[in-house]
Design a protein around this ligand. Structure first.
Ligand code: JCQ
Length: 247
């Protein structure tokens, strides 16, 4: 997977050389390039923003540098399969919610482009024009406002990269994690069995895998019901099937 990130703070992405993403890059699973938007400015002050039409506070990112950046990074190319266009993701408070399902979808893309907005946002015409040759998605991590898209790109990249085959050592850990089956994960324990007067639930040390699986499912349902009733409501009925919860 090829990933291009455009930002006025390219140094924000230094952490991507570390940890799993760093390894994914070494393994050749990910080709990541970070670009400074100011590369595509023409004036001596390398201006990237200006005042908003229609008035209002703050500044808006000018269209010209973005247009030239996207021209350079996504020329009228077709993905190797000749079918799909590169995907442009723009983190924004006004975006569609980013979910694990979207992470899985993005993990199948061959070329991801990220545009990091700053100030009050990017001139809308940048996204409108980009839509003629890219699949553009404004994506939100949550209902809050950041200074810019950089932190959101780090989050999205981590969620997507860990799904790439070969990145996670123990692929099994993808199976039952929270949001994998529409439920939150059950509580986890490790040694010692007793710690500061707190015991590991006996069932987890019973060796009875059927009972353990039922206990974990029950805990996951309880947790999801109390912490995320919205997720519980979205569950397909068979998951709530009481039959296999009978202890
Ligand atoms: C595209 O224009 C802007 C403007 C301002 C901030 C940002 C960064 O994104 C967020 O703040 C965000 C992402 N998910 N939830 C909040 C982008």
């Amino acid at each position: 997977m090829r990933v291009d990130i455009v930002s006025i703070f390219p140094d924000y992405f230094a952490p991507l050389d570390l940890s799993l993403i760093g390894r994914a890059r070494e393994q050749g699973l990910l080709r990541l390039a970070v670009h400074d938007l100011r590369t595509w400015t023409r004036d001596v002050h390398r201006t990237v923003d200006d005042t908003p039409y229609g008035g209002g506070p703050g500044m808006v990112m000018r269209p010209e540098p973005w247009g030239e950046a996207l021209d350079a990074l996504a020329p009228d190319e077709l993905a190797p399969d000749g079918l799909t266009l590169p995907r442009l993701l723009v983190p924004s408070p006004a975006g569609v919610p980013f979910t694990q399902a979207m992470a899985h979808e993005l993990a199948t893309e061959s070329h991801l482009l990220f545009a990091c907005g700053r100030y009050e946002g990017i001139d809308q015409r940048v996204l409108d024009h980009a839509s003629t040759r890219l699949r553009v998605t404004e994506v939100s991590l949550g209902d809050y406002v950041l200074f810019g898209g950089e932190v959101a790109v780090l989050v999205i990249l981590e969620a997507v990269t860990r799904l790439l085959p070969g990145v996670l050592g123990n692929a099994g850990s993808l199976d039952d994690e929270s949001h994998a089956h529409g439920l939150l994960e059950a509580p986890m324990y490790t040694k010692p069995a007793s710690w500061r007067g707190h015991e590991v639930p006996e069932v987890l040390r019973s060796g009875d895998h059927g009972r353990i699986a039922r206990w974990r499912r029950d805990e996951a349902l309880t947790r999801t019901g109390t912490r995320r009733p919205d997720m519980l409501a979205a569950l397909p009925p068979e998951i709530l099937d009481k039959r296999d919860l009978a202890t």
